[in-house]
Design a protein around this ligand. Structure first.
Ligand SMILES: [Zn+2]
Length: 296
């Protein structure tokens, strides 16, 4: 049985290790993931700078990222990726940027109601400013550009739209936390990975690409507590495109109700037959190996 990294080329964990991030870049990476996890939407650069500098009073005063219409004006010497809309045609396969990513406005594609949301709460960012000076917004922007270049997160038009395993845009993989708040995962493997990233019990609600049925997977203590339908599987299509993983791989990494629905989906002729099927237990181990300790 091949591993996910063999099929995909590498994983975000590999890319992160290869990038040899500076302490500041790593601090920004973790801050982005913690905010994404806490409220399902990414922070903007000013918020990151303020959170890292970290007094509770500053956090109190922070507006939510989605209430800020545009990111700060960027200086001309900033990397292109932080300025204006993206030019890379490979980026177009990601879902279009949704200007309103408020969890309240979210609906499932199948129209099912979401569980009640709790008010947004910013996470507590461990104070590292004892070690590093408080970052300027420009430093945060530079760190974000580096993380984008290393395919650890994705910027579009100057905003964070994804940071593996989280997506700001709606996907077919919704993760529900035990307190009821939600976040979208980029793919099936990322949805399972959030359990290990945060060491939190979660419920994954993912839509079968063939029939649209919701597949509900309850994860507790590193194990699958339940899965409905019971025979659900994870299918990873062989990688045949270039570009960042969020574009090239994530749309092809899904749960199906079972082998029969995968076969029907493949037989329609539009989708490649090539790929690897993981049982849920195998899929869980793959996601554990990628995300366990990734935020540590
Ligand atoms: Zn199905």
């Amino acid at each position: 049985m091949p591993h996910l990294k063999d099929i995909l080329g590498d994983t975000v964990r590999d890319r992160c290790e290869r990038a040899r991030l500076t302490p500041r870049e790593n601090e920004v990476r973790k801050c982005v993931l913690r905010v994404f996890a806490a409220r399902g939407s990414p922070p903007d650069p000013k918020e990151i700078a303020d959170l890292i500098s970290g007094t509770p009073e500053m956090r109190e005063k922070l507006p939510m990222a989605r209430e800020i219409p545009d990111m700060v004006s960027l200086s001309p010497e900033m990397p292109d990726v932080l300025q204006g809309p993206p030019e890379n045609p490979d980026m177009h396969s990601l879902p279009p940027e949704n200007p309103d990513i408020s969890p309240i406005a979210r609906k499932r594609p199948d129209g099912l109601p979401l569980p009640p949301e709790k008010p947004d709460i910013l996470p507590k960012i461990p104070a590292v400013s004892d070690v590093l000076p408080v970052p300027s917004e420009i430093e945060v922007l530079q760190a974000l550009a580096r993380l984008h270049a290393a395919d650890i997160l994705t910027l579009r038009g100057g905003r964070i739209v994804a940071a593996y395993p989280f997506s700001a845009a709606e996907t077919r993989h919704l993760v529900v936390f035990s307190d009821g708040h939600t976040a979208y995962a980029l793919c099936a493997a990322d949805a399972l990975g959030i359990h290990f990233l945060l060491d939190e019990d979660i419920t994954v609600r993912s839509l079968c690409p063939e029939c649209g049925r919701e597949i509900v997977i309850v994860l507790e203590g590193g194990k699958i507590q339940s899965c409905d339908p019971a025979g659900a599987i994870e299918f990873v299509k062989a990688r045949d495109r270039c570009g960042c993983h969020a574009d090239a791989c994530c749309p092809d990494l899904n749960f199906f109700c079972g082998p029969d629905h995968l076969a029907q989906w493949q037989e329609c002729g539009v989708h490649s037959r090539e790929g690897v099927v993981f049982s849920l237990e195998e899929a869980l181990e793959e996601s554990r190996s990628i995300f366990k300790g990734f935020l540590g």
